[in-house]
Design a protein around this ligand. Structure first.
Ligand SMILES: [Zn+2]
Ligand SMILES: [Zn+2]
Length: 95
């Protein structure tokens, strides 16, 4: 069972940015799926366009060109940003 979960997750990370993610329905999420901050009137929900998870603003500060958007810059969560940067750091110059 553990193996199965791992494989599914690996597949998701492998296709990161290459196809549109299944967006998590906003209404079902009460806290950031990255840092677990509670959403409120001041803490707004943001979709990560790479993995489709809902994160708070401070977890979605980064943008990255996504393949499925024809390499247009899209809002991604910190986690995806790190993953994508690791793979395609030739494209992006830091700074
Ligand atoms: Zn967060
Ligand atoms: Zn993400």
């Amino acid at each position: 069972m553990f193996l199965c979960v791992l494989q599914t997750r690996d597949r998701l990370w492998l296709s990161l940015g290459e196809k549109a993610p299944t967006l998590v329905p906003v209404s079902q999420v009460m806290m950031c799926m990255n840092c677990t901050a509670d959403f409120s009137l001041t803490v707004r929900r943001h979709h990560c366009h790479s993995c489709g998870r809902i994160v708070c603003r401070s977890c979605s500060r980064n943008r990255y060109p996504l393949k499925y958007m024809k390499d247009r810059m899209a809002k991604v969560c910190d986690h995806c940003y790190n993953e994508l940067k690791k793979r395609g750091n030739k494209k992006i110059s830091v700074g």
